[in-house]
Design a protein around this ligand. Structure first.
Ligand SMILES: [Zn+2]
Length: 123
C-alpha cells in the first residue's frame, strides 16, 4: 500500500515526503525528467548508480502495454473507430502520455529497491 502511495504521488520511496522530480508539472518542457540527486527530506540517494533509470524501461513498458490494451478496447470495441484513425489516435495519446509514463516507470523502479522507513529524516 505504501509503495502505491509513493508511486502515485511521485514521492521519495523512503520517507514519502520529498519529491522524486524537481518540477511538479510533467509537461514543463525543460527539466521534466530532472530528479534531485538526493531526497530533500531524508537524504535518500535517488541516483542509486550510474544509469539506474535505464532499468525503468522494464517498469514503464508494462504501463504502455496496459494503456494500449485499454485504449484498444475503448476505441475499437465501444467507439468502433476506423482502424486508420485508431492508430493515429493511439500514437497521439501515447505520445502525449509519455512524460507521465516515464515518471511512473521511474517511481515504480526506485520503489523496487528502496523501502519505506517510518522515521527516515536526515540527521
Ligand atoms: Zn525521502
Amino acid at each position: 500500500m505504501s509503495k502505491l502511495f509513493s508511486v502515485a504521488r511521485l514521492k521519495c520511496p523512503r520517507c514519502h515526503k520529498g519529491d522524486l522530480f524537481v518540477k511538479q508539472n510533467p509537461y514543463s518542457f525543460k527539466d521534466a525528467m530532472k530528479m534531485p540527486d538526493r531526497c530533500p527530506v531524508c537524504g535518500q540517494d535517488f541516483q542509486i548508480e550510474p544509469g539506474f533509470y535505464i532499468g525503468a524501461l522494464w517498469t514503464s513498458f508494462p504501463i504502455v502495454i496496459f494503456i494500449m490494451a485499454l485504449l484498444s478496447i475503448l476505441l475499437l470495441v465501444f467507439i468502433k473507430m476506423d482502424l486508420n484513425w485508431f492508430f493515429v489516435t493511439l500514437t497521439l495519446i501515447l505520445f502525449l502520455l509519455q512524460p507521465l509514463i516515464i515518471r511512473l516507470g521511474r517511481a515504480i523502479w526506485i520503489n523496487i529497491f528502496v523501502d519505506y522507513e517510518e522515521d527516515a529524516i536526515e540527521e
